[in-house]
Design a protein around this ligand. Structure first.
Ligand SMILES: NC(=O)c1ccc[n+]([C@@H]2O[C@H](COP(=O)([O-])OP(=O)(O)OC[C@H]3O[C@@H](n4cnc5c(N)ncnc54)[C@H](OP(=O)(O)O)[C@@H]3O)[C@@H](O)[C@H]2O)c1
Length: 294
């Protein structure tokens, strides 16, 4: 069984990006810049934003965090985004979710210039992904990270049956869209399951590649998995653990203990897909910067 070490791969990618950023700085005197907007004081969002900013700095990119109050109006937020769209020192713009209820998420997604949408959420990027123009779009970071793990571990996916559980716009749908592309480390036959699929185990048991993006702790158990399957666990769920200092620990959507006994390869949680998301965000930001040089 191969334990897929997303932390190590993410560190490798960051080291490669750092070398490229340094080379660009030497040659052009310029560095890629990522601006993250955070609205309100959601503690989890603050941790995510801090981690993104820290990772940028580690690899020599410029990072800016704009903190806005919960009371900001949608118009004011969109105005801030429009200013960043015009700022040539900003190559990536990200608005941390969730947003307060009075702000329309989709209006925010549409406001970000597609060429700075390093999250890959703008319909222009989603559309280009769907039609296979992967070099001309930004791919949603978590699914992009999963494909990068297939590449780096040389896991063959071509012609295999890939079952994606979950159909969110940020993970499940772009994941399935990637896996169906006629490209190396994709090119699978794809099935998507969701909460209205009557018996998902009928499908998951047929999966050569099983990708879980559900948001339910330990949901995929060994009985639902074919022996020898490759299992990618996107889920991040906090569960009570009295033995942990904080009283809680993180687990995936896959019951790791049982599934790891029958899978041929599996990602742990934490340390699997999670670290790849930030690595791919940095990669997208560098790509955006490099486009401005050409
Ligand atoms: N590793 C990372 O960096 C990263 C990034 C993003 C998200 N995540 C984690 O990944 C998980 C999924 O995130 P998300 O944003 O995609 O969540 P989401 O928007 O809540 O979507 C969950 C999906 O799972 C489906 N689902 C829920 N219960 C189900 C069931 N009983 N059987 C089959 N399908 C079911 C839902 O179906 P319906 O559409 O029918 O409701 C939905 O499509 C979460 O744990 C999240 O924290 C991790």
């Amino acid at each position: 069984m191969i334990l897929i070490d997303g932390k190590k791969i993410a560190d490798d990618i960051k080291a490669e990006l750092k070398a490229t950023v340094e080379a660009h700085k030497t040659k052009t005197g310029k560095a890629p810049g990522l601006t993250v907007i955070i609205v309100g004081d959601n503690p989890a969002s603050q941790v995510y934003v801090r981690n993104k900013a820290k990772s940028c700095v580690e690899i020599g990119m410029n990072s800016d965090v704009i903190e806005l109050p919960n009371t900001i109006s949608q118009t004011e937020l969109l105005d801030k985004i429009h200013v960043l769209n015009r700022d040539t020192s900003v190559h990536g713009i990200l608005v941390q979710q969730p947003l307060p209820k009075h702000i329309d998420d989709f209006a925010v997604t549409l406001a970000i210039a597609p060429e700075k949408d390093v999250d890959g959420f703008h319909p222009e990027n989603v559309g280009r992904l769907m039609i296979g123009r992967l070099d001309e779009c930004f791919i949603s970071c978590t699914p992009f990270g999963v494909v990068e793990l297939f590449k780096r571990y040389k896991i063959s996916t071509s012609g295999k049956h890939c079952v994606v559980v979950g159909r969110s716009n940020i993970v499940g749908k772009p994941m399935a869209n990637l896996m169906v592309q006629k490209l190396d480390f994709m090119n699978s036959t794809v099935t998507i399951c969701h909460s209205s699929t009557p018996d998902i185990s009928v499908f998951t048991r047929q999966a050569d590649i099983l990708i879980a993006a559900i948001g339910k702790a330990n949901f995929i158990t060994a009985e639902m998995v074919k022996a020898g399957a490759v299992v990618m666990d996107v889920g991040i769920n906090r569960v009570e653990d009295k033995t942990a200092k904080s009283g809680a620990r993180l687990v995936g959507d896959v019951h790791f203990e049982s599934v790891s006994k029958i899978a041929s390869a599996i990602t742990p949680v934490p340390g699997g897909v999670g670290p790849m998301t930030i690595a791919m965000l940095l990669s997208n930001t560098l790509k955006s910067f490099e486009r401005t040089l050409n």
